[in-house]
Design a protein around this ligand. Structure first.
Ligand SMILES: [Zn+2]
Length: 114
């Protein structure tokens, strides 16, 4: 397995996600938390709440992704990258190509869903 290749990819991905999160944070501050954008109408307040919930969910998703990538990089450093956490078998390389931050092999991931 070409570890260096995954490491480079994960590092790039991490940088992108962090930039996106930063950009996104600023957007939220400017848009969603600008009270002047909303009137005191009930419908407007509902829209505000809805937008905030949406943005919070997206931020959370980004943070989870960042965390997963950081964990994957840690596993590379520790030499446990590409090993399924569930069954201890090597994770398929095609799967790692698709999801470089994954912790589970295809079968265990499938078991988790079903
Ligand atoms: Zn497994």
């Amino acid at each position: 397995m070409n570890l260096q290749r995954y490491k480079t990819r994960l590092e790039q991905e991490l940088l992108l996600r962090k930039q996106e999160l930063e950009r996104y944070d600023q957007t939220i501050q400017q848009m969603v938390y600008d009270e002047k954008r909303y009137s005191d109408h009930l419908a407007d307040m509902a829209l505000r709440d809805q937008e905030r919930t949406l943005h919070a969910a997206h931020t959370e998703r980004l943070m989870t992704q960042i965390q997963e990538i950081e964990e994957a990089l840690r596993r590379i450093a520790q030499g446990t990258y590409g090993i399924c956490e569930q069954c201890g078998n090597p994770i398929e390389e095609e799967r790692l190509d698709l999801l470089p931050a994954t912790r589970l092999c295809a079968r265990c991931a499938q078991d988790l869903v079903t």
